[in-house]
Design a protein. Structure first.
Length: 254
């Protein structure tokens, strides 16, 4: 079995560069034993360059967002290539918070995905429904999101994509949120692999890492990996508490 991957999505936290630096150094000081879990930290963009220069020998970095063009008149934006030259190896694409608060749509996500791949980044493509129906089935919107995001992406490029299944209702900051069950997560991963198999064939689909996101913590990560057969987790809130995050990383490697 390949290594689990745990990706920390710090979102717009913590409040200062100093605190961000402390978070990374506390984490690295305590995590020397970890060999079994791949760790990726996605700090706020402004601090990516500084943190990656200082710590990239010890941990991998990713970004949370970017714009799809390479250069040009796009005030306030940065490109995938700029992320890469600032030390990012990974980038999150299509996070639900960007859809909700910034109006990001499927066609933008598709352009971003292709731009990230062109720049040589590994894309963490987020999919997930806003609501789960009473039948508890994985809604077809997830298939739709995947197919639209992956339009024009070839089989070879699929190797540089991680799918993060994040049901929006399970994200810790949504009101009334609760984590999905490992059983549902398992069904989701089968569903997602089937969609990928239809697009790229079973072999290529079988090699894609599918991770779970939505209120991941040290109490549920083992179940998501063992019972849910997830390849890891995209961790928001719990990644800001270094001792909790370390536990998640260690449990993911067991
Ligand atoms: P959460 O966030 O772990 O705080 O639920 C996950 C995410 O939104 O990526």
């Amino acid at each position: 079995m390949s290594k689990s991957i745990i990706i920390a999505n710090w979102k717009m936290n913590p409040a200062s560069y100093k605190k961000a630096e402390n978070l990374v150094s506390d984490l690295l000081a305590d995590i020397t034993k970890n060999k079994k879990t791949k760790i990726v930290l996605c700090p706020p963009l402004l601090w990516l360059n500084g943190l990656s220069r200082k710590y990239k020998k010890s941990v991998s970095f990713g970004a949370q967002n970017f714009f799809w063009a390479d250069t040009g008149a796009f005030t306030g934006e940065v490109s995938a290539q700029m992320l890469k030259s600032s030390g990012a190896e990974y980038v999150i694409v299509g996070h639900s918070e960007r859809k909700i608060y910034l109006g990001e749509k499927d066609d933008m996500i598709n352009k971003k995905l292709k731009s990230a791949l062109k720049a040589g980044l590994t894309a963490i493509l987020c999919v997930g429904e806003r609501e789960r129906g009473e039948d508890d089935e994985i809604p077809s919107i997830v298939e739709d999101q995947l197919k639209k995001a992956l339009g024009g992406v070839n089989k070879n490029q699929l190797k540089k994509i991680i799918i993060a299944y994040e049901p929006v209702w399970a994200i810790s900051t949504m009101s009334g949120s609760k984590p999905d069950t490992p059983d549902n997560a398992f069904r989701s991963s089968i569903f997602i692999r089937k969609v990928l198999a239809d697009l790229y064939g079973r072999k290529a689909a079988g090699e894609v890492k599918i991770i779970y996101g939505g209120s991941v913590n040290s109490g549920n990560i083992t179940a998501f990996i063992k019972e849910g057969k997830m390849d890891g987790g995209l961790v928001g809130g719990a990644s800001l508490d270094h001792s909790e995050f370390i536990k998640i990383v260690e449990l993911a490697g067991n």
